[in-house]
Write a protein that binds this ligand. Structure first.
Ligand code: PRX
Length: 634
């Protein structure tokens, strides 16, 4: 057994040697010619010349040894369904969907937007895209029509795949109706939409020529086989949109070979998931965790993956632990918010089920507070590993790596830099390295390791300008997170440096929410900030200025306008972006040059010291914020 530190050092000092070894974890149709090409910084090309396919590695490669083993287990506590697919069956389903996509004109390199609930067909759709070299872009089902339309216009898909609806807490959420609305707004709508009908929307209208019924289309492709398209390692595999400082989401683009290798290596060194075992990841396919650790990584590792449609507390707060017992899962991956929700429920649920199969619980996506970390560690009696990463990286940046060395877990810390990441803590002022316990920007010395984003879809300049230009003197990737490292080398993440907030593990740009609020015709401008929330980590809070002060003259008028603004956010962005409250003021705190001082607003809203106030143009704006936070008129 090597030590973590030695492996990490080697991965940085001998990148080509280290990653050439990891590359052997996957199948290559054509061998790699050059492990790393880094002639055009910060653009890195991994495993140049090698040809492979994500779907082949996730399914076909396992057919010889594990055709009759379960590959996918779909459990829905929303519709009370459970369906299992062996590797042989998953192979057949994915081939059929690939044939359906081909029949609808999808070619290699075409984009396919998948806007689907957590059902097995969504998994088939993603893998079928990978099989034929089409580029999927999965959009989270919680996003509303205009968010969806913005992604459609950026990706310009040939095909959209959707379902009539999803379900939450037993209530149908109509996806197809929302797709219809998005396609009305979009400037570049796809020619065809493939719809899986679950029977959740009996009144679902179909648009002639454009809409295709999944079941009907599938019926004409029974038993179809579609060979895997061998792709050069650097071909794009998918686009996943994520929020940043601007209102326009960025299309994070990933490659094929680097991603497959990074995921395979992470299953071995970090998650310790073995072929034949079960992994249960509680995320959604609309997020990066779902892409990497519900779909691709567990299948590449030859495991059974669980796709769960439902909430953690229904039918009761024991449901996830029952799934662990029933599937004998060895690896579980979830988010801190979910654990905080479960902490408030009867602890007897954790004792009710046999959890002896479980070796590790991994948590990521938002800060894990110490009491919650401690509570769940005590309750499960297995290592609970807080690990830190981003949509951009696709796999962990900071983590304990029990597959390499069992290092002690420190509550509140995601442990150490993962192999492949040349992590730096840099002072914001001059990019010099921070000392122990000094708060600084978490940065990565390029090249980024395999599996990380290769560019912003269709916009190389935006990739460089967004991620590599925080420091004028140094070309480094900024995570936009603050962090510190203690004297023992443990890292702690202290929140974002930009205007991104994290609501129940969902990453949202406050600018996107502001744009949605501003869509209301009565609003002149607004500021949205994230404030601490006991369960969700953070919640958005809006401060809006009406065009006409008469609209907020009485508490009743303010209430009416707040309702309208919240409805506007639901419609524009989706309920996930809905502010906890909309406060109305007559002016916002700004600098003399007109920059809204969001950090000061956030500090006041959280009851913290707002710090230096000398840059504020009109101090009355602060008085108004303080008044409305107390429930008074501005
Ligand atoms: O701010 C960090 C926070 O979530 C951001 C990335 O979110 P997303 O792109 O949705 O990717 C999630 C992948 C797990 C980061 O920039 N974050 C993520 N993990 C942690 C975290 N903050 C603190 N602790 C973590 N373990």
């Amino acid at each position: 057994m090597q030590t973590y530190a030695a492996l990490h050092r080697r991965s940085i000092q001998d990148k080509a040697g280290f990653w050439a070894e990891q590359a052997q974890l996957i199948h290559w149709h054509k061998p790699v010619q050059q492990v790393l090409e880094y002639t055009n910084p910060p653009f890195a090309r991994w495993f140049v010349g090698g040809e492979t396919n994500l779907c082949y590695n996730a399914i076909d490669r396992h057919l010889a040894a594990r055709a009759d083993q379960r590959a996918l287990l779909y459990i829905s506590t929303e519709t009370n369904e459970e369906r299992a697919y062996t590797y042989r069956e998953l192979h057949a389903e994915v081939n059929r969907v690939a044939a359906m996509m081909r029949s609808l004109g999808v070619q290699q390199g075409d984009r396919v937007i998948i806007y689907m609930p957590m059902i097995a067909e969504a998994c088939f759709a993603m893998l079928a895209c990978a099989r034929i070299g089409a580029i999927h872009s999965v959009v989270f089902g919680g996003f509303a029509a205009s968010s969806l339309a913005a992604r459609i216009d950026d990706a310009r898909p040939t095909l959209m795949m959707t379902a009539d609806g999803g379900s939450r807490m037993g209530k149908p959420i109509l996806y197809k109706a929302l797709v219809d609305e998005a396609l009305q707004i979009a400037k570049h709508p796809p020619a065809q939409v493939l719809i899986f009908n679950r029977g959740l929307d009996p009144a679902m209208p179909m648009t002639a020529k454009r809409d295709v019924d999944w079941a009907q289309c599938a019926a004409s492709h029974v038993g179809a086989t579609v060979p895997c398209v061998w792709l050069e390692s650097n071909a794009p595999s998918y686009i996943l949109y994520t929020s940043g400082t601007t209102g326009k989401p960025k299309g994070v683009q990933r490659d094929v070979g680097g991603y497959a290798v990074a995921l395979a290596a992470s299953m071995k060194h970090i998650y310790c998931g073995q072929a034949g075992e079960t992994m249960f990841t509680t995320s959604d396919i609309g997020w990066v965790v779902g892409h990497s650790y519900i779909i691709y990584a567990p299948l590449i590792a030859g495991m059974t993956t669980v796709m769960y449609e439902g909430v953690p507390t229904r039918p009761d707060a024991g449901i996830w632990w029952k799934i662990i017992q029933d599937t004998k899962a060895t690896v579980m991956f979830s988010a801190p918010t979910a654990i905080r929700v479960l902490k408030k429920q009867d602890p007897a649920f954790l004792k009710k089920y046999d959890l002896s199969s479980l070796r590790h619980l991994f948590l990521a996506g938002e800060p894990l507070d110490e009491p919650t970390h401690q509570w769940i560690s005590d309750a499960l009696n297995v290592p609970v590993i807080d690990h830190y990463w981003q949509t951009e990286t696709g796999w962990p940046i900071l983590s304990a790596m029990p597959g390499i060395e069992a290092t002690p877990i420190r509550f509140g810390s995601p442990s150490f830099p993962v192999y492949g990441y040349d992590l730096k803590l840099l002072r914001e002022s001059d990019a010099t390295p921070a000392s122990a316990n000094e708060k600084a920007v978490v940065a990565i010395e390029p090249p980024l390791p395999p599996g990380c984003m290769t560019t912003v879809w269709g916009d190389d300049a935006r990739f460089v300008n967004t991620y590599f230009s925080m420091f004028s003197k140094k070309l480094v990737y900024s995570t936009f997170d603050w962090g510190i490292r203690d004297a023992q080398g443990y890292y702690f993440i202290l929140g974002r440096t930009d205007d991104v907030i994290n609501v129940a593990g969902h990453r949202l740009g406050t600018r996107e929410i502001e744009e949605a609020v501003n869509m209301h015709s009565a609003i002149a401008e607004c500021a949205v900030v994230g404030v601490a929330d006991v369960i969700k980590g953070q919640m958005p809070l809006a401060f809006a200025v009406p065009k006409d002060a008469a609209r907020i003259a009485t508490p009743e008028l303010r209430q009416t306008l707040e309702k309208e603004v919240l409805a506007m956010v639901d419609q524009q962005l989706g309920a996930i972006g809905r502010p906890r409250t909309v406060h109305f003021v007559n002016l916002l705190p700004k600098t003399r040059s007109g920059k809204t001082l969001r950090r000061i607003i956030a500090a006041l809203a959280e009851g913290r010291d707002p710090g230096d106030l000398t840059t504020i143009e009109d101090p009355n704006s602060l008085v108004q914020i303080q008044h409305v936070l107390k429930g008074l008129a501005p």
